[in-house]
Design a protein around this ligand. Structure first.
Ligand code: NAP
Length: 250
C-alpha cells in the first residue's frame, strides 16, 4: 500500500546505502521529496539516481551527520532546494564489533558521537520546521540489540539505547505539537553493514523464526507507516522489525 506524502520533505541520514536507501526509495514512492544525507558522495548520488529513475524527487547532500556545522549547512541547502523539512529519519550509524575490554575511549566516543549525538543534533536542527508546520514525523533507527544485547558491541548497544531514550523523551515533550517520534529497531537486515559483521549471514537468517534475513524493504514498510497520517496516534513506540529475533514488548 502506498500512502501519499505529497508536498512533504523528508531528510534521511545515511541514505547512501542499505536501510537508509531503502527508506528513501519507499518514501519517494509515497511522493515525499527526499534529501539523501550521507558521508559517501557516490552512495548518495546512486540513491538519488534510483529515486529519479522511478519518477521521484530527490537531492543528494554530502554531510557528516555528527557534525553540527555540517548539519546546519545540510539543512539550509535542503530547505533552499526542497522546502521545510517535516519528516526526519535518523538512520546513519556505525556498528563496530570490539570486546568490552578492548574498546578504548576514542572508539567509544566515536560510536556515541555518530549514533547518538548525531541524531540529537539533527533533530534539534529540524524540529523548528516541524513546529512551524504543526506536523512532523521523527523516525529513529535503533537496533534489536537494545532488546537483546549484542556480543562485543557494548558501545554500540549503549549508543542505540540512548537513541531509544531520546525517542521516548521527544515523544513526551513534543506530544501536543503534532509531531510524533517513534523507533524501528532492525534485526539482521541484509545490508553492507550486516555483510561486514563477524557472523555467517545465511546461517544466522536460517536460525531466525521466519527463517531468513530481513530486506531493506521490510524496514522501509514500517517507516512508511510511521511517516504517514495514519500513524498520528502512535508516538514513543517501537515497531520491532526483526524476523522474530526478539518478541518482548520493549
Ligand atoms: P550501512 O549499509 O553501513 O549504511 C549506513 C550509511 O550511513 C552508509 O552510507 C554510511 O556511509 C552512512 N554514515 C555513517 N556514518 C555517517 C555519518 N556520520 N554521517 C552521514 N552518513 C553516515 O548500514 P545499514 O545496515 O543500512 O544500517 C543503517 C542503520 O540501521 C544504522 O544506524 C544501523 O546501526 C541500524 N541497524 C542495522 C541493522 C542491520 O541488520 N543492517 C541492524 C540493527 C540496526 P559510509 O559507508 O561512508 O560510512
Amino acid at each position: 500500500m502506498t500512502r501519499s506524502l505529497e508536498g512533504k520533505v523528508a531528510v534521511i541520514t545515511g541514505a547512501g546505502s542499505g536501510i537508509g536507501r531503502g527508506i528513501a526509495l519507499r518514501l519517494a514512492e509515497d511522493k515525499a521529496a527526499i534529501a539523501v544525507w550521507d558521508l559517501n558522495p557516490e552512495g548518495a548520488a546512486e540513491t538519488v539516481k534510483q529515486i529519479e529513475a522511478a519518477g521521484g524527487k530527490a537531492l543528494a547532500v554530502v554531510a557528516d551527520c555528527s557534525d553540527k556545522a555540517a548539519i546546519k549547512a545540510a539543512a539550509d541547502e535542503t530547505r533552499a532546494k526542497l522546502g521545510p523539512i517535516t519528516i526526519l529519519v535518523n538512520n546513519a550509524g556505525i556498528a563496530p564489533f570490539t570486546p568490552f575490554m578492548d574498546v578504548d575511549d576514542d572508539e567509544f566516543d566515536k560510536v556515541i558521537r555518530i549514533n547518538l549525538r548525531g541524531p540529537w543534533l539533527v533533530t534539534k536542527e529540524i524540529v523548528p520546521d516541524m513546529l512551524a508546520a504543526k506536523w512532523g514525523r521523527i523516525i529513529n533507527i535503533t537496533s534489536s540489540s537494545t532488546q537483546s544485547g549484542s556480543f562485543a558491541q557494548t558501545h554500540y548497544v549503549a549508543s542505540k539505547g540512548g537513541l531509544l531514550g531520546l525517542t521516548k523523551a521527544l515523544a513526551l515533550e513534543l506530544g501536543k505539537t503534532g509531531i510524533t517520534a517513534n523507533m524501528i529497531p532492525p534485526g539482521s537486515i541484509d545490508t553492507p553493514m550486516l555483510r561486514g559483521a563477524p557472523i555467517d549471514p545465511e546461517a544466522y537468517g536460517a536460525s531466525l523464526p521466519v527463517g531468513r534475513l530481513g530486506q531493506v524493504a521490510d524496514i522501509a514498510a514500517a517507516a512508511a507507516f510511521l511517516a504517514s497520517e495514519e500513524a498520528s496516534y502512535m508516538t514513543g513506540q517501537t515497531i520491532s522489525t526483526n524476523g522474530g529475533r526478539y518478541m518482548g514488548s520493549a
